[in-house]
Design a binder for this molecule. Structure first.
Ligand code: BGP
Length: 477
């Protein structure tokens, strides 16, 4: 199939990861600014300096044939304090982006929150405090009122699972805690915030549609025994269902809640909040796809949550939840330098599964590969990225042929930007950004390749390559 003209093709970014200008023009500190400065870790104070290169970046997106640009708004750039005072300079910056998009014929696909929380909320417990969720309502309203005349595609929250689990459970993102009770509270509050974001959107009668973006990890069992099926359900609740079911059906999976209630305090789940969640479900889902996971029943050992943040190819992360499931690796699959499994088939199956279950339009809101690359004035010949993107787009097109309602595809990322914790050395961009003070934009080979994909409506994609050999189906490693 050739995708129709309304299908969105573009690149994605997030405010903290690319803007830089961390304290410019009235912006207050975010939780990331605060924690990374405090710990002396690689930060995004300057990052890709998108704040000063934004017009050039949008011109490049246009040159690349992009029909959409996914970016996020920065809460600490827009709202100055707990009283909700608006920073007009922040509004002006995003007006500049949105107007440049309009002029270039590029649809803005706007995420209201992509992890950069104002420090004045972080100081009060961040997402573990329901006040943060309640404050999100005002922030979202300010955004819709300022930009809703030109923006038609809104996302409340980027990846509720990812930043809360890394921040409160794994402990390698701000605020670097390892506390399951806090994780549960933060997870609940972020879903409440998303529902409040939907509520004000509907109440305000704004045009367009609103969704949520999820870090989608399709789950495979190692076999079809009942033990593996139970492990798959646990892992699916852990990875996906608490975000997707809640956003689309308005309810947390009750078997998960039952399980958690045996050990944890769920008093944050007040009836009035549950009613807000039930009444304010999304129009669409954005799925960020990087890899899927294979699991088996838990056998022994303590809960282990480990990611490869070193970028040394051989290391694998490990996710094991005591009593629930254990992640295994398929020895036949390929992995990135950061230990992420490369498995486009998982995208095909995952899209079919998500559409069968939720019946809402879907976007691939992020897909891409992080690599070590030297950016000079010579374009990077990133055939590995082309091959990764080609195989994943093929999987998406196959899912569309099978009836999945896909509305858009965004490469992570439009240009090189800060990778959480890993800094600027893990590069995802279609466009390189030099490390010097000029931050020169140097399109990689994948940029021209992606342009051709867009021009041909996906027709130039080879669909025969990505399909895995059937013997390489999930199995215990
Ligand atoms: C997603 C985030 C993005 C982006 C991407 C790559 O989870 O939404 O913000 O960073 O992952 O992740 P990383 O930079 O950690 O490799």
């Amino acid at each position: 199939m050739t995708v129709d003209k309304g299908f969105l093709w573009g690149g994605a970014t997030a405010a903290y990861q690319c803007e830089g200008a961390w304290d410019a023009d009235g912006k207050v500190s975010s939780n990331w600014d605060w924690w990374l400065h405090e710990r002396g870790l690689p930060n995004a104070d300057v990052a890709s300096d998108h704040y000063h290169h934004v017009l050039e970046d949008i011109a490049l997106a246009k040159e690349g044939g992009h029909t959409a640009y996914r970016f996020s708004l920065s809460w600490p750039r827009i709202i100055k304090d707990r009283e909700g005072t608006v920073n007009e300079a922040g509004i002006a910056f995003y007006n500049k982006i949105i107007d440049a998009c309009a002029e270039a014929g590029i649809e803005p696909f706007v995420t209201v929150f992509h992890w950069d929380l104002p420090v004045y909320w972080e100081e009060l417990g961040g997402w573990t405090n329901t006040q943060t969720a309640l404050a999100f309502e005002h922030y979202a309203r300010v955004c819709y009122e300022a930009f809703g005349d030109r923006v038609r595609s809104w996302v409340t929250i980027n990846e509720p699972k990812w930043f809360t689990s890394r921040g409160y459970l794994v402990g390698d993102y701000p605020p670097f805690h390892q506390n399951a009770q806090e994780y549960i509270q933060a997870g609940f509050n972020i879903m409440l915030a998303s529902a409040l974001g939907v509520k004000v959107f509907r109440e305000g009668g704004f045009e367009g549609s609103i969704g949520i973006v999820h870090s989608y990890t399709p789950v495979y069992g190692i076999d079809d025994t009942i033990e593996s099926q139970i492990a798959v359900r646990y892992a699916d609740n852990f990875n996906n269902n608490w975000v997707l079911d809640t956003a689309v059906f308005g309810e947390f999976p009750i078997d998960l809640v039952t399980e958690l209630s045996r050990t944890y305090d769920l008093s944050c789940m007040k009836p009035e909040y549950l009613r807000i969640i039930k009444a304010n479900t999304v129009d669409f889902l954005g799925l960020n796809y990087y890899s899927s996971t294979d699991v088996k029943a838990w056998t022994e050992g303590e809960t282990t949550l480990r990611f490869n943040t070193s970028g040394k190819g051989g290391e694998r992360g490990k996710i094991m939840v005591k009593g629930w499931f254990e992640q295994v690796y398929n020895p036949h699959h390929k992995f990135t330098d950061w230990g992420m499994e490369i498995y486009p088939e998982g995208l095909y199956h995952g899209l079919k599964k998500a559409f069968d279950k939720y019946h809402v339009p879907l976007y691939i809101s992020e897909n891409g590969i992080g690599c070590y690359e030297d950016i000079t004035d010579e374009p990077v010949h990133d055939d590995y990225r082309i091959s990764f993107l080609q195989d994943h787009i093929a999987a998406m097109l196959d899912a569309m042929d099978d009836g999945v309602d896909m509305r858009g595809y965004f490469v992570w990322s439009l240009f090189d930007l800060y990778s959480w914790i890993s800094g600027m050395e893990k590069r995802y961009g279609l466009i390189g950004v030099t490390d010097d003070e000029e931050h020169r934009r140097v399109p990689k080979d994948s940029f021209a390749w992606f342009k051709r994909v867009i021009e041909t409506g996906g027709d130039c994609i080879d669909r025969s390559q990505y399909k895995d050999d059937p013997v390489a189906s999930p199995e215990s490693a």
